[in-house]
Ligand binder design. Structure first.
Ligand code: DC
Length: 235
């Protein structure tokens, strides 16, 4: 029990509000997170970019997936930087000092990241890196396990969902301008495979936190989803 005291008041003041936004691939978490963070003036954590950046760094060093020790050692010293560029929607990402934004956002990198993300010791090694994003005046954290594992005490938790078909369509639209855009049936198959792996892994599986607001975005526009999320945090 906490009686009202100066210490309690100080702890309360130090409490940085965190909004967790979890959900499967292609559900629109990234766009919603970006818009809400902008409206609130809060920081943004794209935890998928951390897993993707790590996957690129491991791949470029030729570290194989069963070399758990090598992977964990790399995770601890991962050199990943995010840079926001005026007038540009997505952040630039540097892996080992090299700009890798395009490669980071391909389906191939997402698949590598999903395969590596099943390794518990690796998740543990990346946990602190993600928690360090909790900075005043607030944080919007997007991922798979933000509300369940990384920020379990967050006051605001949202879980976005949508049918796999709708998510594959959205992904296709996002990839439209890239050389390896693929086709809808291929993307749908990849989305389903990643869903299956991310949801059924033993450690930190994709699942809504018990206290999360679940929003089915299948028939909603981005603005409608943003409005529902803002209604939660703007109180
Ligand atoms: O959100 P994304 O598509 O960029 O994520 C790519 C992969 O990274 C995803 O399929 C699983 C993994 N990931 C994870 O395991 N936990 C997170 N919090 C974020 C991503």
């Amino acid at each position: 029990m906490c009686f009202y005291s100066l210490t309690c008041a100080q702890n309360k003041l130090a409490n940085i509000p965190v909004l967790t936004l979890d959900g499967p691939s292609g559900v629109g978490k990234g766009s919603v997170a970006r818009i809400v963070a902008g409206k609130m003036g809060w920081h943004l954590l794209d935890s998928g970019a951390i897993y993707r950046g790590f996957a690129l760094a491991a791949h470029s060093r030729g570290i194989v997936f069963d070399d758990e020790q090598g992977l964990v050692a790399l995770a601890k010293k991962l050199d990943l930087k995010f840079e926001s560029v005026e007038g540009q929607e997505l952040l630039n990402v540097y892996v080992d000092g090299v700009e890798a934004s395009k490669e980071l956002r391909t389906e191939q990198t997402a698949e590598l990241a999903s395969q590596l993300a099943v390794i518990a010791s690796l998740r543990e090694a990346l946990l602190k890196k993600q928690q360090q994003f909790e900075q005043a005046p607030g944080l919007v954290a997007d991922g798979r396990d933000m509300g369940t594992v990384v920020f379990p005490d967050a006051p605001y938790k949202v879980y976005l969902t949508a049918s796999a078909e709708e998510r594959a369509q959205r992904r296709l639209k996002q990839l439209q301008n890239s050389a390896n855009a693929g086709n809808i049936s291929q993307i749908l198959a990849e989305v389903k495979k990643r869903d299956e792996r991310d949801s059924n892994r033993k450690h930190s599986p994709l699942t809504p936190a018990k206290d999360a607001l679940i929003i089915d975005t299948t028939c909603l526009t981005i603005n409608e989803v943003v409005a529902r999320v803002m209604a939660l945090v703007e109180v």
